[in-house]
Write a protein that binds this ligand. Structure first.
Ligand code: PEP
Ligand code: MG
Length: 322
């Protein structure tokens, strides 16, 4: 009988020629974190911390957040955990806390909301730092449009660490700090962002929306919302290229990170970390096992050479995965 250690949850992602590609999980609630472990995820690549806020329709106190984050961290048994600070705004509004805006997706969202609500931001950062005590903790900032926002957030993290120190509670003194690359401005600043962060994660859900000016929630425009658009693929390749020797610290956490064609594309442009929904972890590992790295490089080159949608549709239609 197969030994326990041969269970799916012990197998790391890798290409047919044995190059590791880490497959982590995107989670929204604690139950997802447990499922991620069962599915063999190599840690949490994205925890959407706005979920408890949205459920409560209000801010949470540090202690309430700490309990949730600590349970998530503990569930991973030492594997890395990236907690994203609240991505409030856009279509995720809090009654009485969010302003009414003409264009919420271009408004006070993500890191902008956090920097505009410093008290709330600090409660959250303190809860995250405490939850990460003794763990491999990453704190990730959403909706970053400039290096300055990262610097301001890092300053806030230092202030929170000093507060916790003064209180004498246990906390993570060396969290990894990262940013989402999900705005065109961030995509064009990857080198600068990489210098000020420990990791970056491409959020294709928003990046596609902001590159193509197509609301991701507007069903009438769903035919225009395409990851395979030549401009989107070029921007993704540019991001990977700009990461340079920091490519090991770059991941993709948008939904298309589990797409059967996009998996080889991402690995082909150099990406070695994917974060997908828990139930996609094992399927993505299976896709990775089908291709050598050079095969995936060939697939990505071919996709990048296509500049007409019709041709792209034909390529996708004829793609057998072999
Ligand atoms: C993204 O934008 O791709 C992403 C992962 O974040 P969210 O879906 O929470 O906006
Ligand atoms: Mg996003």
């Amino acid at each position: 009988p197969p030994r326990r250690s041969e269970n799916i949850n012990r197998v790391h992602g890798c290409s047919a020629d044995g190059i590791p590609v880490r497959v982590m999980a995107n989670i929204n609630i604690l139950n997802d974190a447990r499922e991620a472990v069962r599915q063999g995820a190599e840690g949490i690549g994205l925890y959407r911390s706005e979920f408890p806020f949205i459920l409560k329709n209000d801010f949470l106190l540090e202690e309430q957040q700490y309990r949730i984050y600590r349970a998530i961290v503990k569930s991973q048994q030492g594997k890395p955990v990236i907690l994203r600070t609240a991505d409030i705004g856009g279509d995720k509004l809090l009654e009485g806390r969010s302003e009414t805006e003409m264009n919420p997706f271009l408004g006070v969202r993500g890191i902008r909301f956090s920097l505009a609500n410093r008290g709330m931001f600090r409660e959250q950062l303190k809860a995250m730092l405490r939850a990460g005590d003794g763990a491999d903790l990453g704190i990730m900032l959403p909706m970053v449009s400039s290096v300055e926002e990262v610097l301001e957030a890092k300053e806030e993290i230092s202030i929170c660490a000093a507060h916790l120190e003064a209180r004498g509670v246990a906390f993570q003194r060396n969290p990894k700090i990262g940013a989402m690359v999900e705005l065109p401005s961030a995509a064009m600043s990857v080198g600068d962002l990489a210098r000020e962060t420990d990791f970056l994660s491409i959020g294709t859900n928003d990046l596609i929306m902001y590159l193509l000016a197509v609301d991701r929630t507007n069903e009438n425009l769903s035919y225009l919302y395409r990851c395979h658009h030549p401009a989107v693929l070029r921007v993704l390749a540019t991001i990977a290229g700009e990461a340079g020797d920091k490519i090991q610290n770059l991941s993709v956490c948008g939904d298309v990170a589990s797409d059967p064609l996009m998996v080889p594309f991402f690995v082909g442009i150099g990406i070695r970390n994917l974060s997908v929904s828990p139930y996609s972890v094992e399927p993505v590992k299976q896709i990775l096992k089908r291709y050598t790295i050079s095969h995936m490089e060939r697939i990505s080159r071919e996709m990048l050479s296509i500049n007409r949608q019709k041709e792209m549709d034909e390529f996708i239609g004829s793609f057998t995965g072999l």
